[in-house]
Design a protein around this ligand. Sequence first.
Ligand code: C2E
Ligand code: MG
Ligand code: MG
Ligand code: MG
Length: 284
Amino acid sequence: QKNAQLNNLRFELASVQRDQRSSPDDLPKAIKMVLDDNALEMRYQPKVDLRSKSIKSVEALVRWPADHAQSVATNLLIDTAEQYGLIEQLTIQVFNKVLQEAASWESMGLHVVVWINLSARLLALEQLPKILERLLNVWNIPASAIGLEVTESAFIHDIEHTTALLFELKNLGFRLSIDDFGTGYSSLAYLRRFPIDELKIDRVFVQGMISSKQDKQIVQSIIGLAHNFGLSVVAEGVEQESTLNTLRLMGCDEIQGFYFAKPMPGQDLLNWCEEFNRHIVERL
Ligand code: C2E
Ligand code: MG
Ligand code: MG
Ligand code: MG
């Protein structure tokens, strides 16, 4: 136990030192360099479809380069990129890498929809649909093979503008999901206003279900709400079998979480899907 405590302390000190070494200005500079080197890495986490017991889609998650001297958590990377006007460049790089990988899966016979997280700030970018359309053309991927996950915070600013942009993206063929549903400034008005396909329940509620009756009721309510509006519903952050079983009984459509898989490099996905079909599917 003492060793564990010492290790914790060492870990905490190391992170304090890291914070001190990088002054607030160093991080945006480091991000800019990584972006210019096209060095961001992507990981992919499967979404398990409970009804068909198959993998129909994966979520792309960006990672700071593993071989870099510094280590930067994804949330901090995204927040800083947003704050320093680097999020547009980051997003284009992410799309480019994901579409390239999607094209290579397609050529290996692996057909999955790839969900990409879209920062709320991007919905203010007038040229976004045009840019994404161009990237799709470069890699010869149909928009219907790509989903966009947007958090509720994207909707609170310019509602008129956001609505128009979401319709434009929808008309191009992209699927749309509301990420971290239930944690933001939820307004049920979006459900009829925006052309969305899916709600993604925040993992705070999914993990809270284990100990909290209220969280369980929230999850059940979101699933009911989604289905009443004809939307598909995904639970993120599933780590335990008991959570999986509860969600299945509640009628949740898709499950994502460490219980099945952590985010993995793109080149591992085909093998993992084969492994899923051979063994993991028995756990369902
Ligand atoms: P998110 O989109 O809500 O992604 C879910 C986060 O939960 C991911 O963290 C994922 O690795 C983690 N996760 C998945 N399953 C489990 C589980 O069973 N247990 C636990 N404890 N965690 C789980 P990650 O990869 O650090 O990403 C954090 C956030 O950063 C994402 O939240 C998303 O909002 C943002 N993000 C990630 N990649 C991108 C990107 O390419 N572009 C943009 N704009 N944002 C991104
Ligand atoms: Mg997401
Ligand atoms: Mg989420
Ligand atoms: Mg999140």
